[in-house]
Design a protein around this ligand. Structure first.
Ligand code: PHE
Length: 467
């Protein structure tokens, strides 16, 4: 593109947009449940340490690569490594990843919209039936919700960086936080709520084992939207003179804070519903949690609030999750959008049209793979069973490619970009960085244990899923 690159209007604009990406379904449900199963406060401490000591350096590496080159991932790697360098494949992978994960995240967002509308229409009792979800995902109404979600994302992304992404984040993120605080305040007034808070906060180190620790790392990595080309892309909309290091810290804090506060909403709700819940028996899957378990919990509120009141609480919850999902989805789709716009020199509108066709078709296939079309339902076989098209996207792109992309960027910084130039670029806009302890820490960790840990996570996931 010859036109000047668009930038976020300010540091705050960037922080809100990046936090909009980071705050998603993972914060609202995944984190609280993982924390409670993983020993409450013990998990929280481990998680916080991973965010600060492992994720923050990777996050800064991604954002810095984007800001320095002012390019999307596909352009950014070769801009530093040279156009013939094998590193260009890392760039391609960082675009392919969000392209595929966008399909997966789209499906989930579509379901959330469906549940939101059903709740508003007064059908909470139907949603609370444990068998309903299975029927819902194969109901043709899903296609109507898909059109609505695609239209919303399209309108936001066509607006570009400032008038689209930033403006949406400025509206959706604060509203999300207000709704979240409102729900927390309300839930904490109910009987037995504090039992839930206790399970979430009181440390129980006996629950911590290898799985909990690796789960905490994956959760932190996923929650901060790492390994997805997103922070490279958003970093490229950040100006050189603004403080990137400080902004990244704020994003990490904001994301963790929202996850933490969400725990103060979900856990009390679970224990109000059933004071004898054993944390170990909580279902780990966010999907099962959101679409099967939580509707039952909301319906149970009708004893105190009446059906209308219970439906209203459920509607606020689904709206909250919907906002979180939309800003995340926008960030995922922005990666291929910005790549296509630059590479093929076409308008955002046309790039989005192209993505609507391609990602849209894959999304239709993913939706049909829950039973509508049996070819896609039993798509391939691995890991001891037949897997649907949707499962394949999840297993290949979600679980395994994220740590791989993280590993690649660490190796890239250390072996190709070189630490001295990397830190010089990172220090722009932040006077104290060059002398800081943080700089020495990042330099050490990126060249030693972080890539080792990410490589182990990658190998371990591949082994556990496919063999
Ligand atoms: N970070 C989001 C969450 O916690 C999920 C997400 C992953 C969003 C990857 C965008 C990209 O739910």
């Amino acid at each position: 593109m010859n036109a000047e690159r668009e930038h976020f209007s300010s540091k705050l604009g960037f922080v809100l947009a990046a936090a909009g990406s980071a705050v998603g379904i993972g914060n609202m449900v995944g984190f609280p449940v993982a924390a409670t199963k993983g020993g409450g406060g013990a998990f929280l401490v481990i998680y916080a340490a991973f965010v600060a000591f492992i994720c923050l350096p990777v996050m800064l590496a991604e954002m810095n690569l984007g800001r320095k080159t002012q390019l999307d991932p596909q352009g950014a790697y070769p801009a530093i490594a040279g156009s013939k360098s094998p590193w260009r494949f890392a760039g391609w992978l960082a675009v392919l990843t969000p392209f595929m994960i966008g399909v997966f995240y789209m499906v989930i967002t579509v379901w959330i919209l469906g549940y939101l509308l059903q709740t508003v229409m007064g059908n909470l009792d139907t949603l609370a039936n444990p068998d309903y979800f299975g029927t819902f995902i194969n109901n043709y109404s899903v296609f109507a919700y898909l059109v609505v979600v695609a239209a919303i994302v399209h309108v936001i992304l066509v607006g570009g960086v400032r008038k689209g992404i930033e403006r949406a984040s400025r509206i959706l993120m604060p509203s999300l936080f207000v709704m979240l605080l409102g729900l927390v305040a309300f839930v904490l007034t109910l009987d037995n709520a504090w039992t839930g808070v206790r399970f979430f906060l009181v440390p129980d180190f006996s629950q911590v084992d290898g799985d909990v620790i690796s789960g905490a790392l994956s959760q932190a990595f996923f929650s901060l939207s790492l390994g997805m080309g997103i922070l490279i892309t958003y970093g490229s909309y950040f100006r050189q003179r603004d403080d990137l290091v400080g902004s990244a810290k704020l994003v990490a804090v904001a994301d963790s804070l929202v996850a933490f506060v969400a725990g103060l909403m979900i856990l009390p709700a679970i224990f109000v519903f059933n004071p004898d819940t054993n944390p170990e028996n909580l279902n780990e899957s966010s999907v099962a949690m959101i679409f099967t378990f939580l509707p039952q919990i909301f319906l149970a509120l009708q004893d105190t609030l009446g059906y209308g009141g219970a439906s209203a609480v459920a509607a606020v919850f689904f709206l909250l999750v919907f906002f979180a999902a939309i800003t995340s989805l926008v960030s995922i789709i922005e990666v291929p959008t910005s790549t296509i716009v630059r590479k093929y020199n076409i308008s955002r509108k046309r790039a989005l049209g192209l993505l609507a066709l391609t990602m849209g078709s894959l999304t239709l296939i993913a939706i049909a793979s829950f039973g509508m079309i049996s070819f896609f339902t039993n798509f391939v076989s691995y890991g001891g069973g037949s897997q649907s098209f949707f499962d394949v996207i999840y297993d290949v792109f979600y679980d395994t490619v994220l740590p791989l992309n993280g590993l690649l960027i660490c190796l890239f910084v250390v072996w190709r970009w070189k630490q001295a130039s990397f830190h010089e670029a990172l220090a722009e806009g932040n006077r104290s960085y060059s002398q800081s302890l943080l700089k020495r820490y990042i330099s050490f960790s990126l060249s030693t244990f972080i890539p080792v840990i990410l490589a182990l996570v990658f190998i371990n996931t591949v082994a556990s899923i496919f063999f």
